[in-house]
Design a protein around this ligand. Structure first.
Ligand code: PLP
Length: 379
């Protein structure tokens, strides 16, 4: 068969691990989705919208109600000031927001910087859009090597893809780091595309900063968000892209022809999500803090080297003590131990064979059962 774009990258390892987990009845700590319900308010609002006959296409860039509610929310939480009519595009999850943004901004051959390790989708996203990806490694402790980052920026660089809080590392970029990146973006006329899907999942008093809120970044940032993780509705497929009018115009064009729009009744239910009280977000963070600690101690007891993440809901472990490469070890875990995790190499272009990623976005009892099974590794 004639080769096509699809031949340039592999299938998603994360989603493949979920399929393996199902076929081996393993506890799925591979893919980051909750096995507990979303808030009742959201379920009721979704059912109500369907009963109220909101079942036809919404406006392609999102229902007026949702865009207005989002404008208020991101002004208050992210300190981003976007007009709902010209700066907000509702998409089919942040996955589509990222793809639509790349297709909208990139001319084939443009260089796009991606800090490594990175969320698996960004690799294929750059290749599908025709970008020339430039992967900049984070340090062992996930710190930024400023000299290496300065070298990565050039006249050819069109965009940088950021993700804070970060999947898989759990890193939360500090304001100082974001200011350093923002200054490089300004110096080299680069657009920051920032995936902030875990913005509410932060630990130990950390706070979230959107790079788009820093001085000089308003018209050179696309901020991507989603309802998936904050409201435990990963299957609803509702996300959004925030950008100035010029960038939004391009993103909306691509979004329209890719999807026509996000699910209309679920957009209504997302308005109800944005109406939840502030205590909801505090409870979400403390719920995940508890889960983080359950999995962390289970992994340590089972012999994994790891540290507590600063944000998001993953633990990125060092498996070098087990003397098996990531894929082989992940397969052994799923088939013999009954726990699915993601091989570390799927977050790198080169390397990561000494790592596995586990999610703790699961009920406490699921995590306890996974930890019980993991003890079998050490016998
Ligand atoms: N971005 C990151 C960093 C993720 O970890 C995930 C899912 O795990 C996604 C995007 C996908 O989000 P959505 O469900 O909004 O498409």
């Amino acid at each position: 068969m004639h080769p096509s774009r699809a031949d340039r990258f592999c299938e998603s390892v994360i989603r493949e691990m979920t399929r393996l987990a199902i076929s081996y009845r393993a506890v799925n700590l591979a893919q980051g989705f909750p096995d507990f319900p979303c808030p009742d308010e959201l379920k009721m609002a979704a059912c109500e919208a369907i009963h109220d006959d909101i079942n036809q296409y919404a406006i392609t860039w999102g229902s007026q109600g949702l865009r207005s509610a989002l404008a208020k929310r991101v002004f208050q939480y992210n300190h981003l000031d976007y007009n709902p009519d010209t700066g907000i595009t509702v998409t089919c999850g942040s996955t589509e927001a990222m793809m639509a943004t790349m297709l909208a901004l990139i001319v084939p051959g443009d260089r796009v910087i991606v800090p490594e390790p990175f969320y698996e989708n960004y690799g294929p996203d750059t290749l599908i859009s025709g970008a020339d990806p430039c992967f900049v490694p984070l340090g062992e402790d996930f710190s930024i090597d400023e000299e290496a980052w300065k070298e990565a920026f050039s006249e050819k660089t069109r965009a940088i893809v950021l993700n804070t809080p970060n999947n898989p590392t759990g890193k939360v970029y500090t304001i100082r780091e974001l200011r350093f990146i923002a200054d490089l973006c300004i110096d080299y006329d680069v657009i920051a595309v920032t995936d902030e899907i875990y913005e509410h999942i932060l630990y130990d008093g950390r706070t979230h900063t959107s790079i788009g809120s820093l001085d000089g970044m308003t018209d050179r940032t696309v901020t991507i968000g989603s309802f998936s993780k904050t409201y435990s509705v990963t299957g609803w497929r509702v996300g959004y892209a925030l950008a100035d009018e010029a960038l939004t115009g391009k993103i909306r064009k691509i979004h329209d022809f890719l999807t026509v729009g996000a699910p209309a009744p679920l957009q209504e239910a997302c308005i109800a999500a944005l109406g939840l009280p502030e205590t909801y977000y505090m409870e979400l963070a403390s719920l995940y803090d508890r889960k983080r600690k359950i999995l962390f101690s289970g992994l340590r007891e089972a012999g994994f080297r790891c540290s507590l993440p600063e944000g998001a809901y993953y633990i990125f472990t060092d498996i070098s003590d087990f003397h098996m490469a990531d894929r082989e070890f992940a397969e052994y875990l799923v088939k013999e131990i009954g726990v699915a995790a993601v091989p570390g190499s799927s977050f790198f272009t080169n390397g990561g064979e000494d790592r596995l990623r586990f999610t703790f976005s699961k009920k406490d009892e699921t995590l306890v059962e996974a930890c019980r099974r993991l003890k079998k590794i050490t016998g």
